[in-house]
Structure formats: C-alpha cells, structure tokens
Design a protein around this ligand. Structure first.
Ligand code: FAD
Length: 296
C-alpha cells in the first residue's frame, strides 16, 4: 500500500520508525523488535538507511519483512550523498524487484571524510536529484522527503530552505516528514509557512519520545531541535530515575500527539528507535482516539 493513500484517508493514525542493526550479530534482535512494533498495527513503519548508528545493508530486507510477514505498509529510506549514480541505480532496481512501494528520498548527512572532498566530484548534492532519479526510473514508488521546522543546519536561512523544500515536492515528493519537534507550535508555524509558498502535500510531524536523560543531548546534537522549558524541567526532575523518566517522556510525547490530532493533524510519525515497549505504551495511551474520523 502507498503511504499517500494512507494519508489521504485522514483517519488519525501513527507510524513508527526502526533502524537497521549495526552488526550482523544484532540483526535478530532488530527483527524481533520490528515484529513487536508491527504487532501494534501502526499505519506504516519506516526503516532508516544507516541513520541512528545502523548500517544501510539491511534496510530493504527489513522493509520487505514488515510489508510481507507482518502485513504493515513499510517505507524504506534511501540516502544519496555518499553514493555513486551507479550504486543508486542498483538500489532502485533492487527496490523494484523486492516490491518496495514507498521510499523516503534523502540526501544523508555529510560525513567528515566527505566534507574534505570537492563537492563537484559528488554524484549527488541534494535529495532533489535522488527524487528525479526515482521518478525517471519508472518504478511505481510513492516518494517522501524530509523537512525541518527549525531549518536545516546547512541552510543560510529559512526562506532558502523552504524554496529547496518546494523543489523536492515539484520533483515528485508526495509527502513530507519533519525532523523531530518537541514544541508543536514550531510545527504549526512551519506548516503555515509551507502552505503559504504553495506546498500542499501532506506533512507528517515527527515526534521523538525521550525515555532516558542521556538521549536528550544526543537528540539535540542530531537534530538541533529546541527543547521547551516544560520538557527540560521534566528531564531535570526525573532524569536520574530511569523508570520515572521513561514514563514522563512517553507521557510528554503522547501529550504532543494528542495536541496535534486535536488541531487537525491526522498522521504523526514516532521515532520509536527499535523500542517496542515505547510504541506499545503510546498506542495504548491513544487507544480510544486512533483510527477514528472525528467530525470537524
Ligand atoms: P536536502 O533536501 O538535500 O537538504 C539539505 C540541505 O541542502 C538543506 O539545507 C537544503 O535547504 C539544502 N538544499 C537542498 N537543495 C538545494 C539546492 N538545489 N541548492 C542549494 N541547497 C540546497 N539520514 C540518514 O542517513 N538516514 C536516514 O534514514 C535518515 N532519515 C531521515 C528521516 C527524516 C524524516 C529526517 C528529517 C531526516 C533523516 N535523515 C536521515 C537525516 C538527513 O539525511 C539529514 O538531515 C541530511 O543532512 C539532509 O537530508 P535531506 O534529504 O533533507 O537533504
């Protein structure tokens, strides 16, 4: 099933994210976590490409399993900046052969090694080019792209970032998923801005449940996301007690999701980080809300 068809139904729903294993020896544990998360019946599950410390090697295999074994639509991420055109061509072919229908087309982060090289020698500089290649391949893909309510760190300003975002949509991205936000107002302001420049495709807010205090620094470093004082107080107060921190972090994420639903957003993406217990608790917290079509 294509993600765009799920989004167009406009039922309140959640999607979850998993990342591939770092080593072959942990593959089975990722498969188990994936199966448990799939058992929560999310609207779809995404599988990152090398992000979060995982390797890209298993992305397609995990995405295929999710779709075929667990009967949950899957979204395979693909990054391009470290790859040659020939490698990407092969990956696209592999996706088609494996029946992958949904692709999140990304540039990927610039590694220190890559930054030392001359960009004019790179086959890909931006996600837009990957989107063009996916479209040109003739494959039957629903393509998603990333967006940044707090501006991508490489951008000189938000205006520039928004113009490049519109380019991704014009190239063929059918939906957008945001970088994690901890303050919903940033998401709503961003949505207003992208609608103003004529971007009308569905936009899915990304929510990261913070379940331990160490994750906070990592999440900020990775995303540059703003942490509201309300959230910082919670980490200060409960951070030293793992169980209390987990409960408070999940409650905070649940509260954000409910606020998004109550303000007209129907699909929310949860950066569930291979944690079935987190996915399950959030699903349970929203059991009377999910899947419903509340009158507006
Ligand atoms: P782009 O859209 O190419 O944008 C990157 C920067 O270049 C922005 O500043 C943009 O404004 C600018 N830009 C774009 N086009 C142009 C142009 N034509 N000229 C000049 N500037 C331009 N990383 C992974 O490694 N694996 C993953 O699985 C993964 N999944 C992600 C999922 C989501 C939802 C998000 C939000 C991020 C994800 N990332 C992942 C991280 C992502 O790869 C990085 O944030 C990366 O730095 C940018 O990727 P992008 O696709 O947004 O890039």
């Amino acid at each position: 099933m294509k993600i765009i068809d799920i989004l167009n139904k406009k039922n309140m729903s959640l999607s979850f994210e998993v990342f591939p294993p770092k080593r072959e020896s942990t593959f089975e544990s990722v498969v188990e976590a994936t199966e448990e998360i799939a058992a929560c019946h999310p609207a779809f599950m995404s599988v990152t490409y090398g992000a979060g410390g995982g390797t890209s090697k298993y992305t397609l295999e995990i995405a295929k399993n999710i779709k075929e074994k667990y009967n949950v639509p899957s979204l395979a991420h693909l990054t391009c900046v470290s790859s040659s055109r020939a490698t990407i061509k092969e990956k696209i072919k592999e996706m088609e052969e494996m029946g992958i229908k949904n692709v999140m087309a990304l540039r990927g982060d610039l590694t220190p090694e890559l930054e030392k090289t001359d960009p004019s020698t790179w086959d890909y500089k931006h996600a837009t080019e990957l989107i063009y290649d996916l479209k040109e391949s003739g494959g039957d893909f629903c393509i998603g792209a990333a967006c940044y309510p707090e501006v991508h760190p490489d951008s000189v300003n938000q205006k520039d970032d928004l113009i490049h975002l519109r380019d991704k949509v014009e190239a063929g991205a059918e939906f957008l998923t945001t970088q994690m936000v901890f303050d919903n107002n940033l998401f709503f302001n961003f949505m207003y801005k992208i609608r103003e420049i004529g971007v009308t495709v569905p936009i899915i807010p990304g929510i990261m449940p913070i379940t331990n205090a160490n994750q906070v620094a990592r999440a900020i470093k990775l995303s540059g996301s703003f942490m509201p004082q309300r959230f910082k107080s919670l980490v200060d107060y409960f951070g030293n007690d793992p169980d209390a921190m987990k409960q408070a972090g999940i409650a905070y994420a649940t509260d954000q999701i409910i606020d998004l639903y109550a303000n007209g957003i129907t699909n929310v993406h949860v950066y569930s980080m291979n944690k079935p217990d987190v996915a399950k608790t959030i699903m349970d917290n929203l059991s009377a809300i999910l899947g419903k079509d509340f009158a507006r």
